[in-house]
Design a protein around this ligand. Sequence first.
Ligand SMILES: Nc1ncnc2c1ncn2[C@@H]1O[C@H](COP(=O)(O)OP(=O)(O)OP(=O)(O)O)[C@@H](O)[C@H]1O
Ligand SMILES: [Mg+2]
Length: 381
Amino acid sequence: MHVTHLSLADFRSYARAEVALGPGVTAFVGPNGQGKTNLVEAVGYLATLGSHRVSSDAPMVRMGAERAVVRAAVVQGDRQQLVELELNPGKANRARINRSSQVRPRDVLGILRTVLFAPEDLALVKGDPGERRRFLDELITARAPRMAGVRSDYDRVLKQRNSLLRTAALARRHGSRGGSGGDAALSTLDVWDQHLARTGAELLAQRFDLISVLQPLADKAYEQLAPGGGPVLLEYRGSAGEDLTAAGSREELYERLMAALADARKQEIERGVTLVGPHRDDLVLKLGRLPAKGYASHGESWSYALALRLASYDLLRAEGAEPVLVLDDVFAELDARRRERLAELVAPGEQVLVTAAVEEDVPEVLAGVRYAVAEGEVRRV
Ligand SMILES: Nc1ncnc2c1ncn2[C@@H]1O[C@H](COP(=O)(O)OP(=O)(O)OP(=O)(O)O)[C@@H](O)[C@H]1O
Ligand SMILES: [Mg+2]
């Protein structure tokens, strides 16, 4: 698939921007802070409903404006669709497909799919477990857009359960076991355990399936980027400490989660927070026999992050429409050899969007259309 037109209103530094795009490589080149990343961030937002730079929507609305609008025309095969998102920080976002009446934002998922490479990806390897969970869950949603609903159900149940636990913890601390909220909270907890285990098991099943198909692709990609440096091993680590990868069916996962919640119940009531479930798990990235986090060199960590993105690309391409590749400022971070390797691997992509501060940072195999980005203007050169 590819984007043929990108349109922004009050998004980041842009009051307005209209950018014509086509298949093949398009590079946005210009000095620091001129709005290159802002453009590709908008493309990524349409695909994931999130930004690779910030976790809330507010920074994406132009300073002083009330809302931002991002719109793109997306071509897949002989079908063209227009997707539009309106970002209203503090209020519900709105979405439209083909200018028709409103749909839920999550209904646009799947129309545009992207794989985005950025300097922030280093956090996939070096950062907190939350970074890796987000990586897994975003890819899960790209594979199966309906999982966006499961993710939001899980988050909602978790919030509700945490608030019950907080109430119970407070009641306990104040010694009022009977009477007020404490006991009531405890008695409804069982129901919430079931909700949490049901949505959690669905999320876990998807994560395990993803890891099993991603594993060989990540290993292959790492070998292409850094020959002889692997092998790469992806290991899921459940919050109860055990290796959950062995668990099979959804039903088994449900039972395991229920059992883990029962085991943790006492401690959860003391701490007032949910201690087991997919929101506490990690994906341990191993290089050879050691975890990459804490052991891998800077260059190895970079190669690992790139390998995970390349593997995502291979997977999405193999399973359906080819995603748009976005490379935000990555070539400047790489040595000459990996730069060439990465460029060769992405060059055949149906659509490749690249940003770079200077022309020399765009590898030669990525010759294509150039835009100069400066002072809020995006100009074809
Ligand atoms: N919500 C916003 N409102 C107004 N301006 C913003 C907003 N968010 C970001 N900016 C501005 O956008 C600019 C950053 O744009 P962007 O990150 O796209 O730069 P870039 O061209 O990618 O630079 P670099 O080469 O350093 O990566 C900054 O000057 C920042 O102040
Ligand atoms: Mg940038």
